[in-house]
Design a protein around this ligand. Structure first.
Ligand code: HEM
Length: 231
């Protein structure tokens, strides 16, 4: 069974932090796209070279996602048991932000996006033709041409729209989650409260701009496809 409400909140914050670290790391990796095909494809090759370590990280991330979701379910259940009449209207609490009132909705939408994203770029189920994209490094090593996959992916305005909308949900979720996490971890005090309340929106905005820059750069033709040896 799940730990106490306080323990659950702490675990929720810890798993949220693990996911946030992944989101930041993934963004840093993705931004190498702007360095050109050699840079991002070599990065992808290095990730693959991690072998079993990569799988440990993937399983850790999956566990963090699963735990984060189960804890959200159990904490919500606990709260509704403690307050069985529920809230008549969300507007009873005008001081709560749009982001904080829609954590469930944005959480589910982000999960739906991640499932689609894995089917799109990781497993390439939606676009099996991406599997044909190969790249050869100057030292002769070969790997998947992630650069061209991203260019092809974001040459479709519909997909660019979908990714951008998903980043809006991520922005909303993180805007509230990061500040809430800092409070749960006991980092907030009356002196730094205002500053830490800003941390969520600021960090969420940096993440939003970073992720959105990639599909937009492709769609607007800022980054161009490069003909690379295929096969
Ligand atoms: C414009 C935005 C994004 C781009 C261009 C992008 C790009 C990619 C690419 C190319 C891969 C496959 C890497 C490979 O297997 O070679 C990938 C995997 C993945 N992405 Fe993203 N991504 C974006 C946003 C996100 C966001 C916002 C999240 C999470 C909230 C996310 C979560 C993941 C996960 C969980 C994987 C699987 C990682 C693994 O299997 O090791 N991505 N992404």
């Amino acid at each position: 069974m799940f730990p106490s409400a306080v323990g659950s909140k702490l675990l929720m914050a810890a798993t949220g932090l693990a996911i946030l670290l992944f989101v930041l790391g993934h963004l840093a990796g993705n931004l190498q796209f702007f360095g050109g095909p050699d840079v991002i494809n070599t990065y992808a090759l290095h990730l693959r070279d991690l072998g079993p370590l990569l799988w440990v990280a993937r399983l850790g991330l999956l566990a963090a996602f699963a735990l984060h979701l189960s804890l959200a379910v159990s904490l919500t259940r606990r709260n509704s048991l403690a307050r069985p009449e529920g809230y008549a209207f969300q507007t009873d609490f005008p001081q709560s932000s749009v982001a904080s009132r829609h954590m469930w909705l944005t959480g589910w939408l982000i999960l739906a996006f991640v499932v689609f994203h894995l089917a799109h770029f990781t497993f390439q189920w939606t676009h099996p033709e991406y599997r044909e994209l190969h790249w050869k490094a100057s030292d002769g090593r070969e790997g998947h041409d992630v650069y061209s996959m991203i260019i092809k992916g974001f040459s479709q305005p519909f997909l660019v729209g979908l990714y951008i909308v998903a980043q809006v949900f991520l922005w909303l979720h993180l805007s509230h989650a990061v500040s809430s996490m800092l409070q749960t971890l006991g980092l907030k005090n009356p002196r730094n409260e205002k500053l830490l309340d800003l941390a969520g929106p600021v960090l969420a905005t940096i993440i939003f701009v970073g992720y959105v820059s990639i599909p937009l750069a492709v769609l607007l033709g800022v980054v161009k496809p490069i003909v690379i040896s295929s096969g």
